[in-house]
Design a protein around this ligand. Sequence first.
Ligand code: ADP
Ligand code: MG
Length: 695
Amino acid sequence: MTKLTLPPKLLKMGLDSPKALVLHLPARYEDETELWPIDEALEQGRFTAVQTQGTVLACQVVFRPRRQLLVTIEDHTGLLHLRWLNFYPSQQKQMAIGTHLRVRGEIREGHLGPEMVHPNVKAVAAEAPLPKSLTPVYPTSAGVSQTVIRKAVGQALLHPSTQTFLADLLPPQFMTEFLPGENWYSLHQAIYYLHQPPADADTQALLERTHPAWRRVQFEELLAQQISLKRAHAARRERRAPQLLVKPKLAAKQTKGKTLEQQLLAVLPFQLTQAQLRVWAEIQTDLAQSFPMNRLLQGDVGSGKTVVAALAAARAIDQGLQATVMAPTEILAEQHYLKMREWFEPLGVQIAWLAGSLKTKEKKLAQAQIEGGTAQLIIGTHALIQEAVHFANLGLAVIDEQHRFGVRQRLEIQQRVGSETVYCHQLMMSATPIPRTLAMTYYADLDVSVIDELPPGRKPITTKLIKSSRRSEVIAGLQDWLQKGQQAYWVCPLIEESEVLQLQTAEESYAQLNHALPQFKVGLVHGRLKSAEKAAVMAAFKANKIQLLVATTVIEVGVDVPNAALMVIEHAERFGYAQIHQLRGRVGRGSTDSVCLLMYAEPLSLAAKERLQTLREVADGFEIAERDLSLRGPGELLGAKQSGDGMLRYVDLQRDAWLVELAQLAANRILHEHAHMVDQQLLRWLGSRTEFLKA
Ligand code: ADP
Ligand code: MG
């Protein structure tokens, strides 16, 4: 096969083969198919770029006031000035007097009359032919010119391997069966069209990626993804995991004839809600299978996911296996640790704690207990996978706030279960609900349970917006609140650029509030505190020894103090949807009316205004997540960022949601009727990315 020689710069962009090049699709197009005489170009080019040509009359460097290059061209109809504010000496040479130039750009009014600033120019003969198709503009990285990419793509399209690579795997009627109304292109047709659209192509549809040629490509990509998700689904059922059944014999050996799970239920100070009972039943069914559970437990903040996780852990421990609970931040992990200790220690369960902040000696001890199998329940942060921890016999891994972990990290926990052939059950938990389209595309091998009910007696949270210029009124209100014996949070803004600055504002607010509320004890907690210090402040707040807790976003997840029903968030306009929703979930945990005050500084951007108003009006986490998705895209919700790979290159889940369902149907059909082409389809579209589907 003829080999393409590609410049190293392209290889660096991952454009290392004809396949990669033909799938590198244009971001937009330039229309160089038409040529106007200069006088008409001056008229036509006011709002869109136009192409014209002429002979260079003058080419000079002028200073007015900056150094710039001014070129004038003429044809038989008129004059056109061209201006460059940055230029190389070589450009000046290229445009010497008498040269014939073809130029493309928009017309603006300049000092000397109408002109083009930084136009595209080519020195070509007046009769040089015009391209027949629109000129593609490719996504590129610094230092790689369009000329280089265009040439390489052009060669790739002609390369003998490309014909086979783009051959339709699906019979032609297959597509029309799924969507008869759609004008389905063949894949080959679609790819060529996108690289070289004819002059009369619907450029709007191309740009918006709704053109039939795009549709075909998007469908193919989704199809591959759905197939691979279904494969992963089947593969999981082939793996082995310990069956966690309640064995009556074993149960009889436990204290007073009760299983650990029963004992835990007996000591809980509350009854499980219907929703909790339902999801626990779903989880129990999974745990009793001989293949690993892969379940996501969704529930709004405060819906009571932790106790469900504890029950699952009890089930594993009952069988003589270890259970672990992993959380993305130390403060959240610590909350779990405290809670689990409260529940399980009286029942005689051996609990180990592992976090990055532990002293080496403590870590070593915890690791020894985990590896030796004396630790039954292990709570910790990423440290559980970062440090060289190996579990003796892990039966269940609970991962809280799963979207904060990368896919790779989730894969990694599987490698630490203490056996080469047996996998552990996984329970992921999240308060950030995954919208349906996302669940269908990224999580097709994930079973989802939803706690759609809050524990009884919870009052809805009232969210109010208030300008930060009314800060003193807020503080006065806060005083009244505390006077009633209630507690409150004061959340300081996230300052992404600088942790130091963030700490500084927190300290300023702390000082101010301390001064303004002398009769109350004010505490401060932030990310720079040692974990023992943090724990001490949190414990004091929980015990009502501190009435007002000033905090940076470290309290975003996990803190649980029912008597604190007021939260003030400073500079709420700097937070995202999910963050505020999580934060305000800290209040509304007791039986008093809860309030969340969003203080904002003016002027507000339009986006921030919309965000704050939505948060005031919408309490439902699902709806908030949908809006969040439409603004941010799926990457952040999924933690796909951490994995470094967006899974879908051509599909936008908002725009193309309807194609997802179609692709899902088609994937089922293909797996049954056209199984022989499945691997080819996967390889073509996903390449090495399929690994991530296993997580
Ligand atoms: P989240 O789902 O946000 O993790 P938690 O598990 O932290 O919520 O639960 C929030 C609070 O509600 C905790 O104090 C927990 O003990 C309490 N809780 C959980 N389930 C119930 C229930 N069925 N009835 C009353 N309180 C409950
Ligand atoms: Mg929680």
